[in-house]
Design a protein around this ligand. Sequence first.
Ligand SMILES: [Zn+2]
Length: 45
Amino acid sequence: MIKDGWYCCPHCGKKLFKVGTDPHAKNCYFKCKGCKKVIALNFEQ
Ligand SMILES: [Zn+2]
């Protein structure tokens, strides 16, 4: 989920990284530092 320009973990709400800093980061996976869950990133609008 995106909140205040940050991509946040949908499970615990922890801010992960700023949206738009890496336009290539889509359709990849990111492990949350907060809850350790793996999140599927998808920035395609
Ligand atoms: Zn999390």
